[in-house]
Design a protein around this ligand. Structure first.
Ligand code: ASP
Ligand code: MG
Length: 434
């Protein structure tokens, strides 16, 4: 069943809900949407809340005192809610009435406190998801109350497996859930839900990977047959470089799914890498627009052809370069590689770049301390392993000689690779320029 009206999916990230003023701005954008036309809004955690929750969880899991940061997180949400809902009655703790029942602000904060108290040693990733998911639950509770949108719990709808922190979607079940339960709600006002979250068949919360709210928007759009997705950002669209890192970026007015997938894969932080495929499969255009200038054109990502794109500069920080040498000084063989790949896959360490020589094999991965240590433990007997942390991986897509010169100047390259379209290198983290 296709919904008769075109459905739009909007996604608002942390920066677009970082305080009361940002949420008012979001409300203004929703009000521009034609009344009666179906709209689903996906919201992620406010500002840097996910990082704060990660920190809280880390403290709880390692048996340290987390009361102060928990109180700070509580205050932050309560203050924003109070500012947005000045008329709302207060409860005995001074919290404004916001949301209802189990999904009210007071209830969510209480649950978060209880769950932190119940965190036990072990099962790091599973427990992480149960705690870190509160960022989105709290944010959507407040934004729904402030905008009058209908709050929807995404966890029973997006069904995933048990791959905690990077859960994989069960598409058939998710599509059925969404069509049965969400289609009937559309067109009767804005529906608002959490990004980043899913749930297992046994009702436990999962997360889809950091910055996964974009992916949520794509999942909803795919399953509900949306006519477009718009990601609202603090930049003017999809740029060829992150303006925080590279000066004078240019905006792509339009760009193909394929190019975008590659840029996201290399670490362009503008869109979560898993977002594009479901949209490409169903031909749903993805707009990237600025929430600071909602009328501006932004970027349209769709099925298009283009030649001679300007080079894109991408930096991935917090990288780790691991080199393996076979202990018996044999060549790095397919059998050895199989063992290494197997261990990487099992620990869910993604290879961002790899290179091999006769007796050594090197991979660049994101620095997950716990997982890397496990990897070393698992492979210590067979390989001598060296690793460096505090590195950056740079990629220039559609490179030119000038672009390479500009970026590599004055840097020590620990590893370098060039294909027809892409130039990549690993180097030490540049100290922040003062
Ligand atoms: N709040 C989550 C994060 O910071 C998900 C997202 O922002 O998309 O990773
Ligand atoms: Mg975010």
């Amino acid at each position: 069943m296709q919904h008769p009206l075109p459905l739009s999916v909007y996604k608002f990230g942390g920066a677009s809900v970082k305080d009361a003023a940002a949420i008012r701005n979001l409300h203004g954008i929703l009000q521009q949407h034609p009344a009666g036309q179906p709209l689903i809004v996906v919201v992620s955690a406010m500002g840097k809340t996910t990082n704060a929750l990660e920190q809280l969880f880390h403290l709880a899991h390692s048996g340290q005192d987390y009361r102060q940061p928990l109180e700070a997180l509580r205050r932050f949400h309560a203050d924003v809610a109070a500012e947005l809902l000045p008329q709302a009655p207060r409860d005995e703790q001074g919290l404004p009435a916001c949301g209802a029942g189990e999904a009210s602000l007071a209830a969510l904060l209480q649950q978060l406190g209880d769950r932190l108290g119940a965190v036990s040693k072990g099962e790091y990733d599973r427990q992480y998801d149960q705690i870190v998911s509160y960022g989105e639950l709290l944010a959507t509770c407040i934004v729904a109350a402030a905008t009058g949108a209908r709050w929807l719990d995404v966890r029973p709808l997006i069904r995933t497996d048990h791959a905690w922190r990077e859960a994989r979607v069960d598409w058939a079940t998710t599509e059925r859930h969404l069509r049965e339960q969400v289609l009937p709600l559309l067109g009767q006002g804005v529906v608002l839900t959490q990004g980043f979250l899913g749930g297992t068949s046994s009702g436990q919360t999962t997360t889809l990977g950091r910055e996964g709210s974009d992916y949520t928007a794509a999942i909803l759009a795919y399953c509900l047959g949306a006519s477009s997705v718009t990601i609202w950002k603090d930049v003017a669209g999809l740029l060829n470089a992150d303006p925080k890192i590279f000066p004078n970026p240019v905006r792509y007015p339009e760009i193909s799914y394929q190019e975008t997938i590659e840029m996201a894969y290399y670490g362009a932080s503008v869109i979560h890498p898993k977002t594009i495929k479901p949209l490409a499969v169903r031909g749903i255009p993805l707009y990237v627009k600025s929430f600071l200038d909602p009328g501006a054109a932004g970027t349209c990502i769709h099925d298009c052809k283009h030649a001679g794109l300007v080079p894109a500069f991408i930096r991935k920080t917090d990288q780790c370069l691991i080199s393996f040498e076979a202990r018996d000084l044999t060549f790095i063989s397919e059998e050895n590689l199989e063992v290494i790949f197997g261990a990487l896959a099992q620990l869910r360490l993604k290879i961002n770049l790899m290179q091999n020589s006769a007796i050594s094999f090197s991979v660049c991965t994101d620095w997950h301390e716990y997982r890397v240590r496990k990897l070393l433990e698992a492979l210590r007997e067979q390989f001598t392993i060296y690793y460096n942390t505090g590195l950056e991986l740079y990629t220039i897509k559609n490179y030119t000689p000038e672009a390479i010169r500009e970026l590599t100047q004055g840097r020590e390259l620990l590893l370098e690779q060039r294909t027809r379209q892409t130039f990549q290198f690993v180097s030490r983290t540049t100290p922040p320029s003062s």
